[in-house]
Design a protein around this ligand. Sequence first.
Ligand code: NAD
Ligand code: 0WE
Length: 259
Amino acid sequence: MQTTGQMFSGKKALILGVANERSLAWAIARELHQGGAELAFTFQGDALEKRVRPLAESVQSTIVVPCNVADDAQIENLFSVIREKWGALDYVIHSVAFANREDLEGRFVNTSREGFRTALDISAYSLLAVSRLAEPLMEGRGGSIVTLTYYGAEKVIPNYNVMGVAKAALEASVRYLAYDLGPKKIRVNAISAGPVKTLAAAGIRDFRTMLAAAEEKTPMKETINAEDVGALGAFLCGPGAKRITGTTLYVDSGAHIMA
Ligand code: NAD
Ligand code: 0WE
């Protein structure tokens, strides 16, 4: 048994989806850093760079690269930087989702072709795009790819709408990627997290009411926090998960078992 402090020493982790200190990706990053991993971060847009750089510096990360996952050229540039600086990669944390604001309220049936495309492109396709470029860097050493999902992929959650469809595609993609990358000992899994008040959630109308309802309905009568997600993310990268792939693990105080 390795000690916790040494669990990720010599390991290299690429983290996509930190917006600020409340981001679920940041909670996973902190946990990996705690275990001794080296980290690289991406940010989307100039506005977030000034948020992400200080966080990266606080964990001694020197790789901070812009990456809008809607743009193949930016994804390719990201991996050319990783290839040049590290030449190898152990973990990818994919914690990115986006749908147009107007598609996260009202009727799902009204989602436009463009709104559907955007949600699926950024929230689901991006996992394949990133995994394809991570594969050669993980060659010969194995790896773990972790993405973030939500129960709205499986059951109707009012207003989650096209994001639910995108998360369903993401979860299916996790299975197909796990099949493709399995022979190379690259594992691919999703974390299905209960609601947490992050930047992405702050944009959602009545989110506070939803949190209160979630607290009431879960077996444990409590909501989760980002640290809970951090712990599961690190577990999925660690030795305890070495034969876990293609699946969705829940950190939701048991919410998903309830009728
Ligand atoms: P967050 O706002 O901190 O993170 C979302 C990230 O997505 C941001 O860093 C944002 O920059 C990034 N992003 C959006 N569009 C992008 C693009 N085109 N290119 C690159 N990056 C882009 O919020 P969060 O809650 O930490 O969300 C992270 C993940 O967790 C998402 O996949 C979300 O669906 C999932 N999730 C969140 C909750 C919750 O309640 N907060 C619950 C379950 C799952
Ligand atoms: O996946 C999410 C939300 C992701 C998200 C958030 C936004 C807000 C700002 C994607 N796109 C956007 N676009 C924006 O313009 N979650 C799991 C959090 C969430 O969102 C909901 C939820 C929960 C929980 C929307 C409706 C109902 C519940």
